[in-house]
Design a protein around this ligand. Structure first.
Ligand code: TRP
Length: 406
């Protein structure tokens, strides 16, 4: 594999982005951060090494590091010994950056990065305005349309927004230096009590008139997401929160016509949540709930001719159900192998973002997700924290409740 971080050319280009991007030790990321380290320097180095782990070229990696810095804007310059710009909901330690690797069988994983462009803004309203400006700047740069977002602006960007976010941006870092773009919006922007109506209205405006009625019951919608730009089949996605979700209930959340199989979802759930002790066929422990942090489902709508979604994803917040990241990685490896995927890039990715031992913290792997999209191979995704500000200590005692008498 190409050695990006050691390539003198690349290092020169990066040195031009930020003076702190090279360091004599050759260590690319470290925690706790070195004196003088900035949020942007930390994240840029992580992305470079992650790109390498995902098999991207040196040029693409530098391009993506630049893009990340420009989306972060002025907060990129913020020294890491200052507190996070604000209590971002994007990650547990409030770093406005999170990575993910999406695996399919027989292919390199796709690296994605989730960002909060408005994280340095003084208010949630301004956070949203900065976010919209960032999306539109990328749209001009790469020549894609923001029409689908524009049509929803009044719904998600009221004058006095509420809720845990205004706008997040995700980039799928494909070979070639031009990413695919996704935007995450807040259904509770006009108040949590309006979030269901907001999602129904947003789906309707995009032509998915009957889509809302096909969603499973949930506590509340968490995100409304849109694919923008060069997608074969751009999706509108609804993320739902399911408090106390169990392995028995999870398969019942699926609304896509063709799969995935119930047993696949049950097994994924049990492995990711650390409830696999009873074995795949066992009916014991099926009702053990995710009672620390809820599971999420995501429903992707592509065709306006169908009321049903064409995509389903189950997100398990593994970090709250594993003692430490060594355990979380073991589960990820089991899941990847089960689905015919090579776990090596994930192992490499974790050491790309941090030099710490996996046993020394919990939360580096934030979520594990199983994704089905009609006509495509099944995907397993691991969400990887940046940990720019904090590492959550490992849990003192085993967390899994399986065998605890339920
Ligand atoms: N940090 C939030 C959470 O843990 C939101 C979030 C960030 C999230 N990345 C995610 C949710 C990936 C689901 C999947 O819920």
């Amino acid at each position: 594999m190409e050695q990006i971080s050691a390539d003198p050319d690349v290092m020169r280009q990066l040195a031009a982005i930020r003076p702190f991007d090279t360091r004599p030790s050759g260590r690319v990321s470290s925690w706790p951060p070195l004196p003088g380290e900035t949020l942007g320097g930390h994240a840029a180095r992580q992305i470079l090494r992650l790109c390498e782990a995902a098999g991207l070229s040196g040029n693409d990696s530098v391009e993506y590091a630049r893009t990340l810095l420009s989306v972060l804007g002025p907060v990129a310059e913020r020294p890491l010994d200052m507190p996070p710009p604000y209590d971002s909901f994007l990650s547990d330690d409030h770093t406005p950056v999170e990575y993910s690797l999406a695996f399919t069988p027989d292919a390199q994983p796709t690296l994605r990065v989730l960002l909060e462009p408005g994280c340095g803004a003084g208010s949630l309203a301004e956070n949203g305005r900065v976010g919209l400006r960032a999306v539109r700047a990328l749209a001009r740069r790469w020549g894609f349309s923001t029409q689908r977002l524009d049509e929803l602006e009044d719904l998600f960007f009221p004058a006095a927004p509420e809720g845990p976010l205004a706008l997040w941006l995700a980039l799928e870092l494909l070979p070639g230096g031009v990413p695919k773009v996704k935007v995450y919006l807040n259904p509770a922007a006009s108040g949590e009590e309006r979030s269901v109506a907001t999602v129904r209205e947003a789906l309707g405006r995009l032509g998915h008139d009957r889509a809302f009625g096909s969603l499973p019951p949930s506590e509340r919608p968490l995100f409304f997401a849109l694919d923008l730009g060069d997608w074969e089949e751009p999706r509108a996605k609804v993320y739902l929160v399911h408090r106390d979700l169990s392995a028995r209930e999870a398969p019942g959340l699926v609304r896509t016509p063709g799969g995935p199989a119930r047993s696949q979802i049950t097994r994924f759930f049990r492995t990711a949540a650390g409830q696999a002790a009873f074995g795949p066929g066992s009916r014991l422990g099926l009702d053990v709930p995710l009672d620390r942090r809820p599971g999420l489902s995501c429903h992707a709508f592509t065709s306006t001719r169908s009321a049903r979604p064409s995509g389903f994803t189950l997100h398990v917040p593994v970090r709250d159900y594993a003692r430490h990241d060594g355990e979380a990685l073991d589960r990820a490896v089991t899941l990847l192998r089960r689905h015919g995927m090579d776990p090596a890039p994930l192992v490499e990715a974790l050491s790309a973002v941090t030099p710490r031992r996996l046993e020394d913290g919990a939360g580096l792997i934030a979520y594990l997700a199983l994704a089905h999209q009609a006509g495509k191979p099944l995907r397993v995704t691991a969400y990887i924290s940046s940990e720019a500000y904090e590492v959550r200590p490992p849990a003192a005692a085993p967390i899994a409740r399986v065998g605890a008498g339920r």
